[in-house]
Design a binder for this molecule. Structure first.
Ligand SMILES: [Cu+2]
Length: 118
């Protein structure tokens, strides 16, 4: 009983080990660009990752200057990109929080901000 459960775990450990050797899905770049200032509220935010994403387990939320949610609808995933439409939130700092499942089965998350203003 004990031996068979160990045998069951071994392939899992191998998957984790090889997964670590590869890069996970990290944010490569975004539009608006990370930390950048844009003149008017963007209609959407697009994030580009270092690996392809699993659409069903990848999401992004965006909050506007007053801390209100400004993402308007479900994120769209295509390959290694994820986009979400925004409703206008005025000038100030926008925070983008993302969480994605890479096709290599690893979940990563992160956040960044950009500014809207003159
Ligand atoms: Cu990975």
């Amino acid at each position: 009983m004990r031996r068979s459960s160990l045998i069951g775990i071994a392939p899992l450990l191998l998957v984790f080990a090889t997964g670590y050797a590869q890069a996970h899905a990290f944010l490569d770049h975004a539009e608006p660009r990370v930390g950048n200032k844009v003149g008017s509220p963007p209609r959407e935010v697009t994030l580009t990752f270092t690996q392809k994403l699993e659409a069903a387990f990848s999401s992004v939320t965006v909050t506007g200057p007053n801390g209100q949610r400004v993402d308007a609808g479900k994120a769209r995933v295509s390959g290694n990109q994820m986009s979400v439409p925004l409703k206008g939130g005025g000038t100030g700092t926008y925070h983008v929080n993302w969480r994605v499942l890479s096709v290599d089965t690893h979940t990563t998350d992160g956040s960044f901000s950009f500014e809207v203003g003159p």
